[in-house]
Design a binder for this molecule. Structure first.
Ligand code: SF4
Ligand code: SF4
Length: 112
């Protein structure tokens, strides 16, 4: 198993998760992060740190597309280990429906 980042990270990107990961396996896109499934050691410490509750264990049902998305973009985006400020409008988008279709960007983030 692995942990994966899911829809509610999009445009929230609070980044509390990156500071607690012992193996630095978060990767940064323009408006969300992903976890590298082959690097994640399933420790679970990031899950309760996410204010958007966007991090899930992939043993939960219905997360196949998120596992695919995390796998694909962890191999394309830069590594991120240091927290930066969340987007100014993060709270407005927290919990919004349909963020994948509306806002997902395949562009990489800045990384460290
Ligand atoms: S803490 Fe949650 S919302 Fe913030 S970047 Fe990590 S996964 Fe995304
Ligand atoms: S479960 Fe542990 S190893 Fe996996 S991403 Fe979260 S903090 Fe990192």
């Amino acid at each position: 198993m692995t942990y994966v980042v899911t829809e509610n990270c999009i445009k929230c990107k609070y980044m509390d998760c990156v500071e607690v990961c012992p193996v630095d396996c978060f990767y940064e896109g323009e408006n969300m992060l992903v976890i590298h499934p082959d690097e994640c050691i399933d420790c679970g410490v990031c899950e309760p740190e996410c204010p958007a509750e966007a991090i899930k264990a992939d043993t939960e049902t219905g997360l196949e597309k998120w596992l695919e998305l995390n796998t694909e973009y962890a191999n394309k985006w830069p590594n991120i280990t240091m927290k930066r400020d969340a987007p100014e409008d993060a709270a407005e988008h927290d919990g919004e429906e349909g963020k994948l279709e509306k806002y997902f960007s395949a562009e990489p983030g800045e990384g460290d």
